[in-house]
Design a protein around this ligand. Sequence first.
Ligand code: NCD
Ligand code: ZN
Length: 344
Amino acid sequence: MDHIDIIQPDDWHLHVRDGDFLKTVVPHTAEHFARAVIMPNLKEPLTTAQSAMSYKERILKSVPDHLNFEPLMTLYLTDHIKASEMAVAKAHGVVALKLYPAGATTNSDLGVTNIKHIYPVLEEMQKLGLLLLVHGEVTDPSVDVFDREAVFIDRQLIPLRKDFPGLRIVFEHITTKEACEYVQSVDEGLAATLTAHHLLLNRNAIFKGGLRPHYYCLPVLKRETHRLALLQAASSGDARFFLGTDSAPHLASLKEHASACAGCYTASVAMSLYASAFESVGRLDQLERFASLNGPAFYGLGQNTRQLRLKKLPLKVHDAYPYGLGELKPLFAGETLEWSAQLL
Ligand code: NCD
Ligand code: ZN
């Protein structure tokens, strides 16, 4: 097969940062994706509808004129966010709220310290039909970093779903067999996003020939058995799994650092990566469901009308992009990928 055409995809989990950085990364996503769910973990987290709306305006200003792109806005849950803000958020078109356990990842210091603190907020979200997006890792330092997602399911997610059976939840960027199996066991109201890097790489990548910070993200890459389970779930046609790149740009100087930031930058080549992953298991026929149909269905939004062509054409990944006053190095920088993507 030398090409496939799919309905234009959406990215259901994306970091674009702010200020000058937007000019580099927003065009990369808008070139292929029609919409993206924008993560609210800015240096000053987005906790009000007002702040999310002005951020949306700044993002839109960075979209090249010839492209249409819709940022779908989210708010950041803190211990102190007000339940009354939920109706305001809904009225302004905010689609979801993001739960970062405090300390779990980049810019999560103001995240939730105890999920019980936000029960009134969750009650209101359930009533209004606002989605809850979860970074599903416990932060208990006694739990091994590779087990934090699996432990989160038992300690947090199962009790949470019991207390809020009507709350629609997306388990973000899942990385384990346990998470796949848990999502598959729930009939209603739970879905998961999967990144391209977790479908293509296992944890050996972080240590190949030396310590490789560009492969460091959270949740951290896992062993091969988990990667295979993720790939099977994503390509099975199951509507509960859909695309979320978790493309997370950081200055190269902060990635190549004694305490490297977590996050892989994949936005510019994401569809090439997903195509390779699906091709590796002979399931390119399922890519459209995963990338373009399952996400809108879970969020209750319409399907896109344009088409994206994926062509079996070598694509050299840029070594780096200018990024603010520094540079941004994409995952697989300098390597050649097998698929190219183009909006029709
Ligand atoms: C993300 C970031 O840099 O904002 N980093 C990452 O490793 N994925 C945050 C997140 O989604 O955990
Ligand atoms: Zn993320």
